[in-house]
Write a protein that binds this ligand. Structure first.
Ligand SMILES: [Zn+2]
Length: 62
């Protein structure tokens, strides 16, 4: 079994529309200071990176 890669920093995977979409949503939430939308985006990004890219983001990833 491949070992999961753990990262502290989220970088959208090149060519992955879901990454791009979620990253945009998170940036917009930060800009508008919408904390609940930011939290939602973080949860979705973390789950997506894990399931789609085999990357585990640390709890306090940026
Ligand atoms: Zn992706």
């Amino acid at each position: 079994m491949a070992e999961a890669v753990t990262k502290r920093r989220f970088t959208p995977e090149a060519g992955c529309p879901r990454c791009t979409h979620l990253d945009t949503a998170r940036r917009r939430a930060v800009t508008t200071r919408d904390r609940s939308a930011e939290t939602d985006a973080r949860v979705l990004i973390r789950a997506h990176m894990n399931s789609a890219h085999g990357t585990v983001l640390e709890a306090d990833w940026t």
